[in-house]
Design a protein around this ligand. Sequence first.
Ligand code: GLU
Length: 561
Amino acid sequence: MDYNYLANLLFPNVKETVEDVEKRFPARELPEGAKVTRFAPSPTGFVHFGGLFPVTVGERLAHQSGGVFFLRIEDTDDKREVEGAAEALIKVLAHYGINFDEGAILNDEGIVSDHGIYGPYKQSMRGDIYHVFAKKLVSEGLAYPCFSTAEELETLNAVDKKTEIKNKDWHIDAEKLKEEKLKARQFTIEEVEENVKAGNPFVLRILADGDPEKRVPFNDLIKGKLEIPENDEDFVLLKSDGIPTYHFAHAVDDHLMGTTHVIRGEEWLPSLAKHLMLFRYLNFKLPKYLHIAQLMRLDENGSKKKLSKRDMGANMEDYKRIGYAPECVMEYVMTLLNSNFEEWHTANPEKSYTDFPFSIKKMSTSGCLFDFGKLNDVSKNVICRWDAEKVYKYLVEWADEFDEEFASELKEDAEKAIKILAIGRGGKKPRKDFAVWSEVKDYMGFFYDKFFKICDQYPESFSHEDIKQTLTAFAQSYDSSDDMDTWFGKIKDIATSLGYAADMKEYKANPEAFKGNVADISMFIRVAVTGKMNAPDLYTVMQILGQNKVVERISDMIKNL
Ligand code: GLU
């Protein structure tokens, strides 16, 4: 068969050669060892927490090595594409401090546009480029057209989909595939000419030369040494609308864009044999691959399950709404990505995760376990080291979007809010009251009349009369200009005069001799003033609330009991 003739028949409008295209994408000039990585999402409108893993690894490897990190939008599946999804995705990543050097990124007007000379960075705009390589493969007898009826195409595509997606079903429908493959391969130039003339659609298939009984050794930088069965599937390169499949676009784009390290989810491992074949057929240098294990969660029975789209914690939008600070999420991602991160961070508490020497070798080969408890611990540890001004700024940003009422209180008296947030900050053992911004109102809302709720749920072991008596004595003696020692001295005096132990030792030695102890007195007052059993340092709380408010709340409680 005259393959050149066939190539011209199928691609009459493709005038450029592969050499021409290669010239448009010159090799990158980068320092020795610099890595070129990319994030290549499909704009489906859903940003999965798991997506932060490849993206963070890509960003770290590129920026740690003085390389380039770029964004390519893989929008070849228009059925899955959601309007505005690319913009939203870029914004979400920027929120987490992930920025790209190059690619389809936002311009000053917030519109996705190309930055860099290796574009277009949206696959839907690269049709002409794929067709040049497709034509070359046809002219070398390495790819062929498959004209089939819509129904036949559907069967073939279904087979493709199955073999692609299900790792364990690698050989599913192998017989059927073989049969279809042989049928599809048998055509004459005349038949092709006839079909082209009639305008019949075709898909372009690779002519696979692999023997699945044979295995190719392969070194994945995370998974280690693997044995990949050779590909014998004549998989689709161009769909009937001329749009490339992921496999074909991946090979062409990562080659032309100079990607040195392909970092992607392990769900692509079953497709690797196809990619090895494509790079070989196209004479491209194979990049290094890192297949990242999928994120797992524990189900009700304690067994590991993939963190799927519907699971709590999968959708990045939730993190924003719940109010996780991006720094906290990123630190958590780092603890999951590199087993030595936590140790490093304990030794370098003031440093950012971007100072950490990230290493591929320390990555887990199997799926990390996603755990909200751990995320919250990390988050509390991060936030407790921040100063009150920073906490205030983040909190207001969050509240502006998700709790306007709280935001307006916070903004009305910023100084007061910052004083509140400063309680227990600094020092060796800072308070760790909240992990997310949506917990803060519950923690400090009582400072504002609008959110304060009177609570008269005192422990039953104390009579209301006793509580009233104590509160009355305290209200009479309270003077907000007292220093802490004087203030506490007065509480102790009240304790002694009303039959409570002012000294804990004394109380423990003989509890029967007292109505309670000084901690109980503080609790009576705390509940009246804050509406809560647990609240930050009571002296400071009262200082912020001021004389009148303290006395007012205590009087209200006395009336209420
Ligand atoms: N578009 C593919 C995805 O979203 C990208 C895989 C890759 O990084 O190569 O899964």
